[in-house]
Structure formats: structure tokens, C-alpha cells
Design a protein around this ligand. Structure first.
Ligand code: HEC
Length: 171
């Protein structure tokens, strides 16, 4: 898996190099390259993607799995209706696509580990979608745990300060 992704990342670098070379030798291709880059609107910065898109969707997933014991007793958090499961499945879809958002040119911090974490996000989101569709509580819970470990791993690698804050919020 790691080898595959690295190979793909290398391929992307080669493509980029080819575009740059083409742009240098043929001025008319510059416009074409620019319009390809311009196809992505990356106006939202990383903080906004995290706080406005990814975290709200993930919080709903985490709040919809497992059990809590409080003053009123034991409470199961899982959805109890088809609509409830459909709703968490939709949140999981946001997580899947967030993986792609993070990997966009202009957002991706590198072509290596960043891409692996981004893909890990999409994979955990897919598991959450599938288990929500099957209304499989155990798998849904596992998907949430896997998702959490991807968030943590990427923050650890790229922004350890966020990791501390993030853990404080979770506690
Ligand atoms: C591919 C890497 C990556 C993944 C995966 C990732 N994050 Fe982040 N996250 C970052 C980076 C980088 C920042 C710091 C952004 C900045 O401050 O400019 C950040 C910041 C944050 C912040 C702070 C935003 C703010 O307002 O300062 C929150 C909250 C957050 N991430 C939540 C999450 C959650 C929840 C997940 C998993 C569901 C997740 N992140 C997965 C890279 C990642």
C-alpha cells in the first residue's frame, strides 16, 4: 500500500515536471496549465476545512457511536431509525470527500505522507458509510476509531500543537 502511494506520488511529480517543461518550451501551454490549476477553488484555508467541514461531520460520527453512562443511566448513542443511519452515512460521505479536498493541488502540503493521511481519511469514511448502510454498530464504532487515529496521526506529523488542543477538546 505504502509503495503504491509513493509510486503514485512520484508519478504525480513527473507529470508536474512534464507540465513545467512543456510550459517553458511552448508559451501557449502556460494558459492551459493555469486554467487547469484554476479549476480548483482552494479559497478555504486548512483551518476552515478542518473547523467548518471535517470536524463537524466527524463529531457527528463520534457522537453517534458507542455508549455513555451518565446520571440517567446507560445510553446507547447509535442511531435508532433508518433516517438516523442515513444521516450519519451522509456525514461519513463528507469525511470521504474531505480526504480529496485535503489532497487537492494548492492544499496538499507534500506529495508523500500528507497524501497517505488524506487517503486514510477517505478510507475510514468509506468504512463508516458502509457500516452505516448496513446499520452494523460494531463496524461503525471501529470506523470511528480508525478515523480518530488518522486525524491524530496527521496532526502529530504536521501540527503537534493542534494535536494537544484537539485532545483537550476531546476530553
Ligand atoms: C492530512 C492531514 C490532516 C488530517 C488527516 C486531519 N487534519 Fe486537522 N489539521 C491539519 C493541519 C495541518 C492543521 C493546522 C491548520 C492550521 O493551523 O493552519 C489542522 C487543524 C485542525 C483543527 C484546528 C482548526 C483551527 O481552527 O485551528 C481541527 C479542529 C482539526 N484539524 C480537526 C481534524 C479532525 C477532526 C480530523 C479527522 C477527522 C482531522 N483534523 C484530520 C491536518 C490534518
Amino acid at each position: 500500500m505504502t509503495t503504491l502511494i509513493t509510486r503514485r506520488a512520484r508519478a504525480a511529480l513527473i507529470v508536474t515536471a512534464a507540465i513545467v517543461t512543456a510550459a517553458c518550451s511552448a508559451p501557449e501551454e502556460v494558459t492551459e496549465t493555469a486554467s487547469i490549476d484554476g479549476a480548483y477553488n482552494t479559497a478555504l484555508d486548512m483551518k476552515q476545512i478542518m473547523a467548518l467541514v471535517l470536524e463537524p461531520a466527524s463529531d457527528i460520527l463520534w457522537d453517534s457511536g458507542g455508549w455513555v453512562v451518565d446520571a440517567s443511566g446507560y445510553e446507547e448513542l447509535y442511531p435508532t431509525t433508518d433516517d438516523g443511519w442515513a444521516y450519519v452515512r451522509a456525514q461519513a460521505a463528507i469525511v470521504v470527500e474531505s480526504g480529496n479536498m485535503l489532497a487537492l493541488p494548492g492544499r496538499a502540503m507534500d506529495n508523500d505522507a500528507w497524501m497517505i493521511y488524506s487517503q486514510g481519511l477517505s478510507e475510514a469514511g468509506m468504512l463508516a458509510m458502509e457500516s452505516a448502510a448496513a446499520q452494523n454498530k460494531e463496524d461503525f464504532f471501529q470506523a470511528g476509531a480508525q478515523l480518530y487515529s488518522v486525524c491524530t496521526a496527521c496532526h502529530q506529523a504536521y501540527n503537534p500543537d493542534i494535536l494537544n488542543r484537539f485532545d483537550e477538546e476531546a476530553n
